[in-house]
Ligand binder design. Sequence first.
Ligand code: AMP
Ligand code: ZN
Length: 115
Amino acid sequence: MNETTCPFCRIAAGTLPADLVATEASWIAFRDLHPQAPVHVLIVPRRHLVSAVELENDPALAGTLLAAVARVARREGLAERGYRIVSNVGHEGGQTVPHLHFHLLGGRPLHWPPG
Ligand code: AMP
Ligand code: ZN
């Protein structure tokens, strides 16, 4: 998958529609197509990194993305009630889209541990 076929690169480029909730210089946020909670937003760097594995080489971007998640969570009304941040990595991590993203899940009590 390259930057012309990657769905999240296409959303960032504006060539694939999405329900955008934030567009910033280095990241975007949009609602998940198959929401698993009342609030289910994906926070995605514009740059095509495959997964969180690559964040080892870019701690500044890692910080920016976590701050982005916190900002979107606050705007979605989740800061007080709580929420979950998830980034699935690779095959056994359950990652299905090979472009780094953080799931922001909230709006209902979430169970633990995950499957
Ligand atoms: P993961 O399985 O962790 O890689 O998460 C990928 C997520 O992207 C899933 O929750 C999908 O529902 C979601 N998804 C896939 N394609 C799109 C899309 N075009 N717009 C919004 N969400 C998408
Ligand atoms: Zn991509």
